[in-house]
Unconditional design. Structure first.
Length: 288
């Protein structure tokens, strides 16, 4: 397995490398640090591309030097008019199973302050995108501790569950299935009986738990729970989190098949979480 890391010589790039190392150790994967440079057209650049490429290789060498000896890592420099497109091209060329990026930059508030490249990936990537929160590089946790899967009933839920089960099994870590319920009477479809809503959520969580158990060997740790609150942010904040945890969420139902589209629920979760988030694309089976 290969994991692509969108690398820049900034703290966000170091966060991405740190998360990449953690995932590579846990999944038995190799890392590909990918640095995409702007492709200049027309007007002569202020810095010649040969000079820029030389500097990029120096930056990449610094990134590779931060990867521990027990993880195999490769470096790649490429040019593209769009950094996000360049990363997607590298993912396809390398056959990477996922792309890992750092959350530092402008955009959403909170621990995931996403820049334009990360935002674009979260709306277009054909493979799972793992986003490292700010400060991941400071963590000393060597491997993934637990996988949390935010389960739902919309299209793509089966694809997400399958990805979470495979990740937990490959990393040999517990799997926690969570159904988030926003009991805000002012919004959405949850205007009715809160008890009935919670009862349905618990029934769904139990059903998904039994489904997950069917894929996992006997004795494998898998649990399910319902987290409720006045909002999605409130609900997810009530869950216990530890360094080394990660959460997996599904792409919005608006996404094209095998592409990402960050939904409103995932975006709200990003604002309050301080653990890595992995967004999983829809498969072609959910195209309807």
């Amino acid at each position: 397995m290969r994991l692509a890391v969108g690398y820049l010589a900034i703290p966000g790039g170091a966060d991405a490398v740190a998360l990449g190392v953690r995932l590579a150790r846990s999944l038995g994967a190799e890392l590909d640090l990918c640095l995409v440079l702007p492709l200049d057209r027309g007007i002569p650049p202020a810095v010649p591309q040969d000079t820029l490429a030389e500097q990029a290789h120096e930056w990449l060498a610094e990134g590779l030097a931060s990867v521990p000896d027990d993880v195999v890592a490769h470096g790649h420099v490429s040019f593209n008019e769009s950094a996000a497109e360049g990363l997607i091209h590298e993912v396809a060329r390398l056959g990477a199973a996922a792309v890992i990026v750092g959350g530092s930059g402008g955009g959403l508030v909170g621990n995931f302050s996403l820049g334009s490249v990360v935002n674009e990936l979260l709306y277009s990537a054909p493979v799972p995108v793992a986003v490292a929160p700010k400060g991941t590089r400071l963590s000393t946790v060597p491997r993934v501790r637990e996988v949390t899967c935010a389960i739902g009933e919309r299209a793509g839920a089966d694809t997400l569950l399958d990805a979470a089960v495979r990740a937990a099994r490959a990393a040999d870590v517990p799997l926690r299935l969570v159904s988030l319920v926003a009991l805000d009477p002012m919004y959405g479809t949850l205007r009715g009986d809160a008890d009935a809503v919670l009862e349905r959520a618990m029934a769904h969580a139990h059903h998904v738990l039994e489904e997950a158990k069917a894929y996992l060997s006997e004795g494998f740790s898998v649990t399910s729970m319902v987290a409720d609150g006045g909002s999605v942010e409130d609900a997810v904040s009530k869950l216990p989190w530890h360094d080394g945890d990660l959460i997996m969420v599904g792409s919005s139902r608006l996404a094209a098949p095998r592409r990402l589209f960050l939904g409103s629920t995932a975006a709200k979760m990003l604002r309050v979480l301080d653990v890595p988030m992995v967004v999983v694309p829809r498969s072609t089976e959910q195209e309807a």
